[in-house]
Design a protein around this ligand. Structure first.
Ligand code: NAG
Ligand code: NAG
Ligand code: NAG
Ligand code: NAG
Ligand code: NAG
Ligand code: NAG
Ligand code: NAG
Length: 484
């Protein structure tokens, strides 16, 4: 008796299934009732055929979507490609919290609620990244899976007496995901073994959390987000940081001097609204790559730059409002390969110490208020050193060393828009005369060459220094009929 009732029920259910499948068209009506079609029943690990929006609430109804009986616990899904293909499935239980034993280990189990809580705060997710943040497989990528996009597991260094190599989340890489969230606090700071956080090109903002409790943390990339306000104070005490990238945000105000005491390898602060002077302890930086370009920095390039000598390779001061004399000490930074201070208000002659930059490949000082003689020692770097690009255009230089002429011809050296006699594309004579009559600042000319340059004899200081004041501009192109 019971058996036959079961059979009848089964037949009935089957009929309903068939009817509902045949009438998928009616999915577009919000009054359609569906029977339950259980897929993957009893196998929580089976991949659902269509993990639409994970376990988030059903979307707001729209005329083209399908609906389920609000009294039933089911959810109805439509094929996005065809409005006719619909089926129903049990609503994934709102948050099917995996049980502790579902996780790889206890460290991972602790991270699950952290990720889920952060997921609730996500305001934009154009690539649908967070829909992969479901279930217990947080280390999925480690095993070739595609769940938990952006999370990467490693075994932390065996320093904590933990003999077992416990896999845990060691890096988070959201580069290019376009995720938005009002804050990262309570998220990145809750991964005790985190070493890297990369979030280039997202829409994150808010306060950068205190990460001092993360012993392995060394890379922070928040470039191209929506951060604003003062330099993030919580970054300053991160002694272990090697890579700090805050490019392309809207940070403003001064950069605290302790930033240059962090033993970084790379520091990118460019394209923000930082202002004020570059701190005097700038030279304490251990960075190889240091970019402060495209901000509002004022004041001089700190003379302490000499102190960076061992490590500094590329430094970009480009497009700020730096002023003052070009420091002699730059010539002491032996490892420089790229020096770019273009687009500022720096003045003075080029110190002969620049002739010691044996590794420099690119040197840009264009768009400043530099004057005097372009020293031969500098141009010789193209012959004896590695110099490939020397931009000195848009300044007020009045003459060039002998070896510089070759470089102008071979287009290594750009001297357009200066005050050089008999050269094409120079400033109007009157403008040059006016500049030399009242230069922005008198800078000392330092003829000393702090390195061994065989066969080179420094010229008389006078030859390179500012033409004597009151000389009636006699040294200047004023004599000529008209500079082009
Ligand atoms: C269901 O459809 C009716 C008319 O077709 C409409 O008035 C009603 O607002 C709809 N309900 C929902 C929840 O969309
Ligand atoms: C290490 O792993 C083994 C088995 O995987 C386990 O029995 C042991 O308790 C673990 N030890 C620690 C310190 O976690
Ligand atoms: C940030 O969000 C805006 C819309 O609010 C969007 O236009 C922009 O593309 C997003 N940025 C990134 C990097 O995804
Ligand atoms: C940051 O966190 C550490 C411990 O994780 C704590 O000692 C320190 O006081 C915190 N700093 C601030 C500014 O809250
Ligand atoms: C030079 O750098 C060291 C650290 O590398 C620092 O202790 C020292 O104060 C710096 N000196 C100057 C003048 O900046
Ligand atoms: C150069 O950087 C390394 C780390 O990258 C650091 O150990 C070293 O002290 C730095 N050298 C100087 C002179 O700061
Ligand atoms: C040389 O450097 C200047 C300024 O940095 C740049 O505009 C120019 O494109 C460079 N020239 C070459 C050939 O790389």
């Amino acid at each position: 008796m019971a058996a036959s009732r079961h059979a009848r029920l089964l037949a009935f259910a089957l009929a309903l299934v068939l009817v509902s499948l045949q009438h998928c068209v009616v999915c577009q009506s919000n009054h359609t009732h569906f029977s339950m079609i259980s897929r993957h029943r009893g196998d929580p690990n089976a991949p659902s055929r269509r993990p639409i929006r994970g376990s988030e609430p059903a979307p707001a109804p729209s005329p083209d979507s399908c609906y389920c009986d609000p009294t039933s616990e089911d959810e109805c899904y439509c094929e996005p490609t065809s409005q006719d293909d619909c089926w129903c499935a049990p609503t994934p239980s709102p948050s099917p919290s995996p049980s502790p034993k579902d996780f790889l280990n206890s460290k991972i189990a602790v991270l699950y609620p952290v990720i889920q809580a952060f997921k609730q705060t996500i305001t934009s997710d154009p690539l649908g990244i967070t829909k992969t943040w479901v279930g217990p497989e947080i280390c999925s990528s480690r095993f070739g899976g595609d769940m938990y996009k952006g999370f990467y597991c490693e075994s932390p260094p065996k320093s904590s007496g933990d003999k077992n190599s416990t896999l845990t989340v060691a890096s988070i890489d959201f580069n290019g995901y376009g995720l938005g969230a009002p804050s990262l606090a309570g998220f990145i700071d809750a991964f005790p073994d985190l070493a890297l956080f990369h979030a280039n090109s997202n829409n994150f903002s808010g306060v950068i959390p205190n990460l001092t409790g993360l012993p392995f943390f060394y890379e922070l990339d928040l470039s191209n987000n929506k951060f604003s306000g003062d330099f993030p104070a919580n970054v300053v005490p991160l002694g272990g940081l090697l890579f700090l990238d805050l490019r392309f945000n809207k940070f403003a105000g001064v950069v605290p001097s302790p930033v240059f005491d962090i033993s970084l390898v790379a520091l990118f602060l460019n394209n923000n609204g930082f202002s004020g002077e570059i701190p005097n302890n700038f030279g304490s930086t251990t960075a190889e790559y240091l970019v402060v370009a495209n901000n509002q920095f004022t004041g001089p390039i700190p003379k302490s730059i000499y102190n960076t000598s061992a490590n500094l390779s590329e430094v970009l001061f480009l497009n700020n409002r730096l002023s003052g004399c070009l420091p002699y000490e730059i010539g002491l930074v032996e490892g420089l390969t790229v020096f770019d201070a273009g687009g500022n208000e720096i003045t003075g002659p080029i110190p002969l110490s620049f002739g010691c930059l044996a590794s420099v490949e690119e040197l840009n000082l264009a768009g400043n208020q530099l004057y005097g003689h372009i020293p031969d020692v500098l141009c010789l770097l193209a012959k004896n050193g590695k110099l490939q690009n020397l931009s000195l255009s848009d300044n007020y230089f009045h003459s060039v060393g002998r070896h510089c002429l070759e470089l102008v011809r071979s287009r290594v050296l750009d001297v357009r828009l200066n005050c050089i006699l008999d050269f094409p594309h120079q400033r109007p004579v009157l403008e040059c005369a006016r500049f030399y009559a009242d230069p922005p600042q008198h800078c000392p000319f330092v003829p000393h060459i702090p390195c061994d340059l065989p066969g080179f004899r420094p010229p008389l200081a006078a030859a390179a220094a500012l033409p004597a004041k009151g000389g009636g501009g006699g040294v200047l192109p004023a004599k000529r009929g008209g500079g082009n």
